[in-house]
Design a protein around this ligand. Structure first.
Ligand code: THU
Length: 160
């Protein structure tokens, strides 16, 4: 059978010092947001900060529930809240980071599949790519220019 290759490219920063000023600020805001997460079951606090096209910044964090599947991810809360507050404004970037119980996760936190799909819906809604800035507790930071780069073979309204 014929094979196809799905390719993507992301930037890797060694630390916050290598980021643009706005991305560094966004990541610091996301880290602050993680402190307010409600994660008593996983002890895995996720913080997100959304940068809007009007320069507003909207935060979100994960909110867990004793009925586990009811839990909502931090980045999805941030994106939905941003869309609720500014329905006609595009999102320029989302920074996502963690404060984990281990405290030493040195790989950037990737958004879960559902969150990627939600972020992609927002890209198509406003016809505007969303930059993702991803960080673990510590270590390297990934900068992704569009969620399309980490969501290959994606489903969208063009199939409906
Ligand atoms: N979580 C997020 O907030 N975002 C993700 O992309 C992955 C997982 C949260 C959900 C749950 O509260 C905790 O992390 C552990 O899965």
């Amino acid at each position: 059978m014929k094979k196809i290759t799905l390719q993507s490219e992301i930037e890797v920063a060694k630390s916050i010092a290598e980021l643009s000023e706005i991305d560094a600020q966004l990541l610091a805001t996301a880290k602050e947001a993680a402190k307010g997460a409600y994660a008593p079951y996983s002890n895995f606090k996720v913080g997100a900060a959304v940068l809007m096209d009007n320069e507003a910044i909207v935060i979100g964090n994960n909110q867990e529930n004793a009925a586990f599947p009811v839990t909502m991810c931090g980045e999805r809360n941030a994106v939905f809240s941003a869309a609720a507050q500014y329905p006609n404004i595009a999102i320029k970037a989302v920074a996502i980071t963690i404060i984990s119980a281990k405290g030493n996760i040195d790989r950037p936190i990737p958004p879960c599949g559902s969150c990627r799909q939600v972020i992609y819906e927002n890209e198509t809604r406003h016809q505007s790519d969303i930059r993702l800035i991803l960080q673990g507790d510590i270590g390297e930071i990934y900068v992704v220019q569009s969620v399309k780069d980490i969501l290959p073979l994606l489903f969208d309204a063009s199939y409906l």
